[in-house]
Design a protein around this ligand. Structure first.
Ligand SMILES: *[C@@H]1O[C@H](CO)[C@@H](O)[C@H](O)[C@H]1NC(C)=O
Length: 329
């Protein structure tokens, strides 16, 4: 009897120790993020993806069908649920630049959001929705759809600015960038001598089976870059020959544009992937775009960008004399 009790006790303590180890072990080791890159194992041919994707919602008439000379067209990658981000953009910089939002479908809850997105699209005529699954890992597809949409709807004499919905654009500085870089192939914030993230916990994780080389000599940051309209069709068609990877900026600006087509990537620090450390007027005035702003931050920063003209001429002097990348993060 005593022996049985002893065995039970030992067994149960062993079991609970094992269970405890399991629980604490799991708590200490973060679960691996679900990367959802598996569809690339089956298919990495951009054209075959695009052939299956139809446009569901788009404005019946756009600035491209109405006007002839549009210096710049802005296409923003967004996603169905980010209403606040789009609202912030519409009430700030998009008042001064022709801007459209591109997104996919929201997965299982598609029906609910689709109604809201449909109402939104009717109200603003600036929403383009394609039937593919909206996901961070599908950004390459989203950018490809931007190129496709622009080449189908717009004249080639424009610059396409591809950007995100957490980016604040300064339309006045953007105009200056456009004038100064006119005729360039691609313009953006050029990142030099980088290594791909092989760490599965990273948001930018890209496995070796997708791209063997670790080293990326140069690419333009995906937070915002300009593409010459004359090259859009060529870039898209060339991409059909380059196996897709999940990093849209490395893919389109380096692998397709630079490596395969030999196009020039022009660096302009004013198309910044960072934002000013302090929300000071002149820091924003010195940039054509700033990245990673919440809708609230965007609304708060806007008056400093939009500021009255006398303040601007002061800023011009400030920017020319004192402006420094150290002000950014
Ligand atoms: C990306 O879109 C394709 C086409 O709709 C889909 O098959 C794939 O599952 C999507 N990937 C993710 C990670 O959602």
């Amino acid at each position: 009897m005593i022996r049985l009790a002893f065995i039970t006790l030992t067994l149960s303590s062993l079991l609970s120790a094992w269970w405890l180890a399991g629980v604490t072990g799991e708590a200490l080791l973060l679960p691996l993020p679900l990367q959802q890159l598996d569809h690339f194992r089956l298919n990495r041919n951009l054209k075959s993806y695009l052939d299956k994707i139809d446009v569901l919602i788009e404005p019946s008439s756009t600035v491209c069908s109405q006007k002839k000379d549009i210096p710049v067209l802005v296409l923003v990658t967004s996603s169905p649920s980010r209403f606040d981000h789009r609202e912030a953009i519409r009430s700030t910089w998009a008042k001064h630049l022709p801007t459209y939002f591109i997104m996919g479908l929201n997965g299982p809850s598609v029906e609910d959001l689709m109604v809201d997105n449909y109402v939104e699209a009717k109200k603003y005529s600036d929403v383009i929705i394609y039937n593919f699954q909206d996901h961070y890992q599908n950004l390459t597809l989203k950018t490809a759809l931007m190129l496709k949409w622009t080449s189908e709807h717009c004249p080639t004499e424009l610059m396409l600015f591809k950007t995100d919905d957490d980016v604040l654009v300064n339309p006045w500085m953007m105009k200056r960038v456009l004038e100064e870089t006119s005729g360039s192939d691609l313009v953006g914030y050029r990142k030099m001598n980088n290594y791909l993230h092989r760490d599965e916990y990273s948001k930018w994780y890209s496995p070796r089976w997708l791209h063997r080389q670790d080293f990326i000599p140069e690419y333009l940051s995906g937070t915002g870059y300009l593409i010459n309209g004359k090259l859009i069709k060529k870039i898209l068609e060339t991409a059909f020959e380059v196996p897709m990877i999940n990093l849209e900026d490395v893919y389109f600006t380096y692998l397709v544009s630079k490596l395969k087509l030999g196009l020039k990537l022009t660096h302009d620090h004013r198309l910044s992937p960072y934002k000013p450390l302090l929300s000071l007027g002149c820091l924003y005035a010195g940039l054509a775009s700033a990245h990673s702003l919440t809708p609230e931050e965007m609304l708060n920063a806007w008056p400093r960008v939009e500021g009255p003209l006398p303040a601007k001429s002061f800023c011009d002097r400030f920017v020319d004399t004192y402006w420094n990348e150290w002000f950014l993060y």
